[in-house]
Design a protein around this ligand. Sequence first.
Ligand code: FAD
Length: 392
Amino acid sequence: MKTCNRGALAERVAVVGGGIVGVAHAWREAAAGAEVTLFERSRRAEGASVRNFGMVWPIGQPAERREAALRSRALWDEFVCETRVWSRPSGSLHLATRGDELAVLEEFAAAGPELGYDCQMLSAAACRQRCPAASERVLGGLSSPTEMGVDPREAIATAPAWLAERHGVRIEMGVAVVEVEPPSLVTGDGRRWQFDRVTICSGADYATLYPDLFAEHGLSRCKLQMMRTAPQAGGWRIGPMVASGLTLRHYENFAICPSLEALRQRIGDESPELDRHGIHVMAAQNGLGEVVLGDSHEYGESVTPFDSEEITRLMLRELKRLIDLPDWELAARWHGVYAVQPRPGVQFTFSPVDGVTVAVATGGCGMTMSFGLADKMVHSRRGALAGAGGLS
Ligand SMILES: Cc1cc2nc3c(=O)[nH]c(=O)nc-3n(C[C@H](O)[C@H](O)[C@H](O)COP(=O)(O)OP(=O)(O)OC[C@H]3O[C@@H](n4cnc5c(N)ncnc54)[C@H](O)[C@@H]3O)c2cc1C
C-alpha cells in the first residue's frame, strides 16, 4: 500500500506536461507514494526537452546549487540504469583558445575544489589527448568528471512507458489540460478528472492555463538555434562534452572568477555580433555518433519562428576555431524555446490556488536540474505534511 495523506489511500496527483520537468515530478511523486497521472498534449513531447544538447552539466551551477545539481546527477544514474537509454558519463572539457579564457579557467580550477567542484586544469597536449577534436589553437582546458551526456530525444520518448511500467504512473499522451479548478481538471476531449493536487509543468506555454498569472509574473521566452552533424564515420568519438571560452560568460559557476569581467569586455569589444545573438559554443556527441552543436540565445515575450543563417554561420565560425571534426556535414538544424523568469534562479514556482503548483522556467539547465529540483520539492512538501501530522 502506498504512503499517503488521505487515510489509507494514496494521494492523487496530476502532472501537466511531458517534458523533463513533468517527467521529473511524475517520477518523484510516484516514488514518494502518490497515485500519479501525467498529461501531455502531444503524442510525443516535442518541447525544449527533446531539442537540447542532452548535457547533464552540474559544473555550470553556482556553489549554492551544487548539492541539488549532484542529487539530480545521481537521479540521472538511476534513470539511465532503469530505462537503459543511452548515456555517457564522459565529463566535460572547457577549452581555452585565448590567454584571458585560460586565466578564468585557472582561477576557477584554483577556487573550485574548496567549493565542492571536482575539476582540474589540463595542458594543451593533455586536452588533445582526451579530446581528439581539440584544435591547434587550444592553449589548455578545464576538465571535470561529473558531466553526463544523454540523448534527449530517446530519454523523453522512453520516459512515459517507463513511468507507467516501473512506477505505476497513468500516462495520457495527446491529451491537453484546458482547465484546472481543484479538485477537478478538464481535458481538451471534454473529460473531467478529480485530483488532490495538480503540478503544472507546461514549459513555455503561457497561454493555456492561468494565462493572466503568467503575464503578471513577467515570464518571457528564449529561443536557441542548434544543429547536428551526420554520424561521424568509423566510430570516431569526441571524448568529453566540450565547452568554449565563450561559454564562460554563460554559466553562473564562473561568476566567482575575478578576470571574467575583462573577458566579457574583450569579447564584447572584439565580436559584438556574438553578444548580439547570445552565442557561445558547445559540442556533445550522442550514441549515434552525431555531434550536437550550438547555441544562440534570443530573448523576448515572443520569438521569431524563422531561423537565422547568420547565426548558423557565426556558430560554425566559432566552433571551427575550437574543434576539428572529421565531418562537418550538417544533418539537421532546429531551434528550441524555453521559459525565462524575471528573477535570477533556476526554476519559477507559484501556486495560483490551493492544491495547484506551477513549476516552470528551468532556463538553460532543465536537463541538469529537473530531477533534483522535483525531488527536493516533493520531499519538502512531504516533510511539511509529516510535521503537521498529515502523513500516515
Ligand atoms: C536548444 C536548447 C538546448 C538546451 N541544452 C540543455 C542542456 O544541454 N542541458 C540542460 O540542462 N538544459 C538544456 N536546455 C534547457 C532544457 O532543455 C529546458 O530547461 C527543459 O527542457 C525545460 O523542460 P520543460 O519540461 O519545462 O519544458 P518542455 O520540454 O517544453 O515541456 C513542456 C511540455 O508541456 C506540454 N504542455 C504544455 N501545456 C500543456 C497542457 N495544457 N496540457 C498538456 N500538456 C501541456 C508541452 O506539450 C510540452 O511537451 C536546453 C534548452 C534548449 C531549448
